[in-house]
Design a binder for this molecule. Sequence first.
Ligand SMILES: NC(=O)c1ccc[n+]([C@@H]2O[C@H](COP(=O)([O-])OP(=O)(O)OC[C@H]3O[C@@H](n4cnc5c(N)ncnc54)[C@H](O)[C@@H]3O)[C@@H](O)[C@H]2O)c1
Ligand SMILES: *[C@@H]1O[C@H](CO)[C@@H](O)[C@H](O)[C@H]1NC(C)=O
Ligand SMILES: [Zn+2]
Length: 278
Amino acid sequence: MATRGQKQSDEQRLTELHDKLSQSKRVLVLTGAGVSAESGIPTFRGSTAGSWRGFTISELACPEAFQRSPSQVWELYHYRREKSLAAKPNLAHVAIAKFEQFCLKRGIDFMLATQNIDRLHQRAGSSRVIELHRSLFLVRCTACDSVTENYDSPICEALRGRGDPSPQADSTPIPEDQLPRCAGCSGLLRPYVVWFGEPLNEGELSSVQEFANMSDFVLVVGTSNAVYPAAMIAPDARRSGAQLAEFNLDASCSSSNDVSYFVAGPCGSTLPKALPRL
Ligand SMILES: NC(=O)c1ccc[n+]([C@@H]2O[C@H](COP(=O)([O-])OP(=O)(O)OC[C@H]3O[C@@H](n4cnc5c(N)ncnc54)[C@H](O)[C@@H]3O)[C@@H](O)[C@H]2O)c1
Ligand SMILES: *[C@@H]1O[C@H](CO)[C@@H](O)[C@H](O)[C@H]1NC(C)=O
Ligand SMILES: [Zn+2]
């Protein structure tokens, strides 16, 4: 329990951060699954973590799992696509989108980089989003390699009603010819997210790292900062002179003891107070 005095100084810290952000020259916002938790999308780690049929995420979010059972991996991604499509951006996404508008108007260099694949930042109005792990709404053909956007719901008839996360759910494999297929060559499609063991887009990653290193503030929001290489962005920027502000549920979630501002609480409540808007 926070005492009244402590609460007051938390508020003062928040005001101080708000003022410093409005006077900064360059700000990077780096988000993770926690920013979407209040939209009802489960995270992978922490108290808001979800689970799917008892698997850990790294067991299914990898090329080996897709090779072994494309049906099972498609069920999981179908479930996540439908969940994201049904979700709405929350106050945290909105605060970030409004902060971008503020920065644009004030001539502050702004960048948003997310580890999320749900596209909720874009739906909240953020205009330039670097999707480090790409998106649930991109597919790639395993035969001809063509990449397309896809918002179909469901993505194919055989997946309709499938994907239930409970361990008792029907897991009869769907025949491969009924899984999502390429419109051009009818090859098997895969979800085009970055899986464990796959590289991030090198150019994108280094542009974020470069921007981070030249920022005066890096805001780390709702991430356990456990997934590499994204986890290196903030510590590197710190070494290059940026101040870090971290937003997470409580101090036990802090990814570093080198943050200038740790803002505890659900980011849907804290970000609207910390981020300047027009
Ligand atoms: N929404 C999505 O797109 C989504 C969802 C789950 C996982 N992922 C993927 O999972 C990987 C996991 O890394 P990660 O660090 O992003 O997520 P993570 O699941 O490892 O960590 C989530 C963090 O958010 C915090 N959190 C939970 N609710 C919060 C709230 N309301 N306010 C502030 N913080 C809150 C948790 O304490 C935890 O530290 C990423 O690669 C990402 O692509 C994406
Ligand atoms: C960012 O800074 C870190 C530490 O100061 C450094 O190791 C890294 O090479 C820098 N990266 C870029 C792209 O500038
Ligand atoms: Zn194809």
